[in-house]
Design a protein. Sequence first.
Length: 179
Amino acid sequence: MILAPAATGGELQAPSLRRRLACLLYEGLLLFGVGLLSGAIGTLVLKLTGADSAEMHALVLQVVGIAVYGVYFVWFWVRRGQTLPMQTWRIKLVTAEGEPLTTTRAILRYLACALWIAPAFLLAKLNHWPAATEFTAVGVGIIVYALLARLHPQRQFWHDALCGTRLVTAPDARPSAAT
């Protein structure tokens, strides 16, 4: 469901694409740390299961990584509507109606966010590109996908339109200085 601009009452304004991409960059830095935690958990799972093949190692680490990143995003989106970078850049995730997300909707959005990287990643894998080229393809794919938000009537990402969610500018939480 897409709200008409008049239905938002002017208070649910989409943040600029520049702010959203800056937030994404900051999020990437934090996700590096989350990835380290994911690797530690994956290594523990491998030790406990006794998996010995390289394919099994890769599969376990990928599944644990997807799960850990999912818990990170879903927990923050349901609890506050914002991850730490979203708080910094004053961006909040809400439903199309402006309500907080349910756990189900947050999980759906997390899975739909694969639209950011899946096409470029699959293209790179199918062509057996080296890692550096694969990384570049995914980066270009993210930029192209982000630019597609310009085609949406309210400048939302298409996975948000699919999931009935939207990114809005959050009010400034800092106290104003008395004059």
